[in-house]
Design a protein around this ligand. Structure first.
Ligand code: SD4
Length: 331
């Protein structure tokens, strides 16, 4: 059901909505997979995100088209999903752990390689902004649990109940069997990872999630782990992930993809190799979903996933599109 929603048609904006003087188009034609739309490559500024989070890329574009930084664009963009209670995998409204607590993970990385993350943090609606504060206001990279929450209060964030009635009722229903099936349950992987290049050609990224539904208390996935759920190198590009985080951590997926681009692979080729590494470690069971997206310094983009059904949103002067990702397994 949900997967069908992700595959819905993209919305397209009129050219008049876009501020042309800020924009530059790269003429190079990268190698692309058959499902990657021609319009989506080689442009900057540009913002892309995992899944069909069109409001998030629209917000990021709003920042970019005014000449704002990629860092502001990715933070502002993913905050839209953190605040959206209908999205049950990010921020407020996220599905809880098996004890009924919503615990959030997020990280952010800028053009200078600075990064910040919060892990397993409760009661704060915008973990991505706390992650940015960790990056900018502390000598640390990661804060976890009650320490992260305490830091957020010190930075002026308000205490918020993240468990909506809908998520609570679903959790109570789940408790009747309490069966944890993250491997098969591929429809619940809706983490938002976002990458952007601004008018100066600088890259930043952000990633935020409530993690796997009904996880063990204290479980942390790939999303707040720099190198796994997100990595940016302003000389090369960036990558971010969605899906079963344990598998992404095992291969340090996003770092791997950026390094492959450094060695000359296109974003598409690098994402494909990232997925192949995961498949190689899971030869007997590929019944789970991982999706990677990547962008290089030129603004070329790519994506690859295990199961069909993953899409990624993209906003540039070429338009606002929902790209269907190629997949390792065919339906
Ligand atoms: C995690 N990668 O915590 C995340 C899951 C995900 O939407 O993508 N959730 O493992």
């Amino acid at each position: 059901m949900k997967r069908r929603k992700f595959l819905k048609n993209s919305s397209t904006l009129t050219a008049g909505m876009i501020s042309a003087p800020l924009l530059a188009t790269c003429q190079d034609k990268p190698k692309i997979g058959p499902n990657v739309v021609e319009d989506s490559i080689g442009t900057k500024p540009i913002a892309i995100c995992t899944w069909n989070f069109e409001n998030a890329t629209a917000k990021a574009w709003e920042v970019l088209k005014k000449g704002g930084s990629a860092l502001d664009a990715v933070e502002q963009g993913v905050r839209i999903e953190e605040a959206d209670v209908t999205n049950q995998t990010v921020g407020k409204g996220g599905r809880p752990d098996r004890n009924g607590n919503v615990t959030l993970d997020a990280c952010i990385m800028d053009k200078d390689g600075n990064c910040g993350a919060v892990l397993c943090m409760q009661n704060i609606e915008h973990p991505i902004s706390v992650a940015r504060k960790v990056m900018e206001e502390t000598p640390h990279v990661m804060l976890a649990g009650t320490g992260a929450e305490q830091f957020a209060y010190e930075m002026g964030f308000e205490k918020t109940n993240l468990l909506t009635e809908k998520s609570k009722q679903e959790w109570l229903e789940w408790k009747k069997t309490a069966e944890y099936k993250p491997i098969i349950n591929i429809e619940n992987h809706d983490t938002i990872g976002m990458l952007a290049i601004d008018v100066n050609g600088d890259i930043s990224g952000a990633c935020t999630t409530s993690g796997m539904a009904y996880k063990y208390a204290g479980r942390v996935g790939d999303s707040p782990i720099i190198g796994a759920g997100l990595f940016v190198d302003n000389e090369v590009g960036g990558a971010t992930a969605t899906g079963v985080g344990e598998e992404v951590v095992r291969t340090v997926g996003s770092f791997l993809i950026v390094e492959l681009m450094r060695q000359g692979k296109s974003p598409q080729e690098a994402c494909e190799e990232g997925v192949r590494r995961i498949i190689a470690k899971n030869k007997d069971n590929t019944d789970f979903q991982i999706g990677f997206i990547a962008m290089n310094k030129k603004g070329e983009t790519g994506s690859y996933c295990i199961q069909p059904g993953f899409t990624y949103r993209q906003y540039s002067e070429a338009g606002h599109v929902n790209n269907i990702s190629e997949s390792f397994l065919k339906s």
